[in-house]
Write a protein that binds this ligand. Structure first.
Ligand code: TYM
Length: 338
């Protein structure tokens, strides 16, 4: 089993990232360590330059995101942790796969449509070809499972399409170069929504800080954000069907369930009939208890820049070794003389 996943080092790690992806990285890392599998987790700094950015901020955010992942439990004695920019094979493989990816496939990617908005002509080429780099990220390590939130599903389907077409076009049937990766999307927290709008996903790029809980928020900030979260005036229903059409209420109940390890039905069994004046403080406390140890570790780890750099360099050296074989096979399959 090969587990591979990444996160963009833009802004803070938020609750959506944690419940949708990072918590599963850590769970899978601990399971895989016992069965001889391997995990590769990286900061997608090459992806981050697809949007306008400030270089000094990208450097600082890359280190901070590394500290945040370590604080969440990514353990460099069990997993390989690195930033893409230190492993040139990612960019190289992207170029090689650009020959296989089809314009029509990329035209269908909803992230490009969302992020370029009305200014498609002014979007960077990197934003358009972003999903090919993401395919390279996972195919390079022969990933079998990719733990991500629901918003990455389309990108992973594209990675499978690229792998399949490349194997078909350039490899003998019994010697494919690429493994087809399976997305692992958690059933209970695949899409955590904004605290201000139950129809928009919680996101690093939302201009409102009140829309998300960051893993580095202190207890007062968390309680305030939950207290101010948008809701409706009705009490919680006691059955799941009663959440229909109540996106904000549904989101808060899902967050509660993801944190307490309960299903939505179980949360409603315990809290049905409560108004938000009662439910929100309970949710706030559960969040604060979950986040406290993480934010304490994060605040400590982020101070030690040389140690973070050392950890990323060590991880990158291991990643370069692991990537070399697949990259070489890809050049060979394409008939590129080296
Ligand atoms: P990114 O940086 O936006 O998010 C990192 C991870 O967090 C998940 N996530 C969410 N899950 C549930 N609810 C939410 N509101 C929410 N917001 C974010 C994302 O699904 C993701 O798993 N393109 C990727 C980074 C990437 C990558 C890869 C991932 C680059 N190469 C290869 C997997 C494999 C991204 O921008 O994620």
């Amino acid at each position: 089993m090969r587990i591979v996943s990444g996160i963009q080092p833009t802004g803070n790690l938020h609750l959506g990232n944690y419940l949708g992806a990072i918590r599963n990285w850590v769970r899978m890392q601990d399971q895989v360590a016992d069965t001889g599998g391997e995990c590769f987790f990286f900061l997608a700094d090459l992806h981050a330059i697809s949007m306008p950015h400030t270089p000094a901020e990208l450097t600082a955010n890359t280190r901070e995101m590394a500290a945040a992942l370590l604080a969440c439990g990514v353990d460099t004695t069990k997993s390989v942790l690195f930033n893409q920019a230190q492993v040139p094979a990612h960019s190289e493989l992207q170029w090689l796969l650009n020959g296989t990816a089809r314009m029509g496939w990329l035209n269908r990617m909803t992230q490009f449509k969302d992020k370029s908005g009305k200014n498609r002509e002014g979007a960077s080429v990197a934003l358009f070809t972003y999903p090919v780099l993401q395919a390279a990220d996972v195919l390079l390590y022969q990933a079998t499972h990719v733990p991500v939130g629901d918003d990455q599903k389309q990108h992973l389907e594209l990675a499978r399409d690229i792998a399949q077409k490349f194997n078909n076009d350039f490899c003998d049937e019994d010697a494919p170069v690429f493994t087809l990766p399976e997305p692992f999307i958690p059933p209970e927290a695949a899409r955590i929504m904004s605290l201000r709008d139950g129809t928009a996903k919680m996101s690093k790029s939302d201009p409102s800080e009140m829309s998300r809980v960051n893993l580095s928020d202190d207890a007062d900030t968390v309680m305030k954000k939950i207290k101010k979260a948008k809701t409706d005036p009705e009490p919680l229903p006691s059955e799941e069907a009663g959440l229909e059409g109540r996106a904000e209420a549904k989101n808060l109940v899902s967050i509660y369930g993801a944190l307490s390890g309960q299903s939505v039905a179980e949360v409603l069994r315990d809290h049905g009939g409560e108004g938000f004046g009662q439910f929100k403080p309970a949710l706030g406390e559960l969040l604060v208890d979950t986040l406290r140890p993480i934010s304490e570790r994060f605040n400590e780890l982020k101070q030690d820049t040389p140690e973070l750099d050392r950890q990323l360099a060590t991880g990158a050296a291991k990643a370069r070794d692991a990537a070399a074989g697949t990259l070489s096979k890809t050049y060979d399959a394409l008939g590129l003389l080296r």
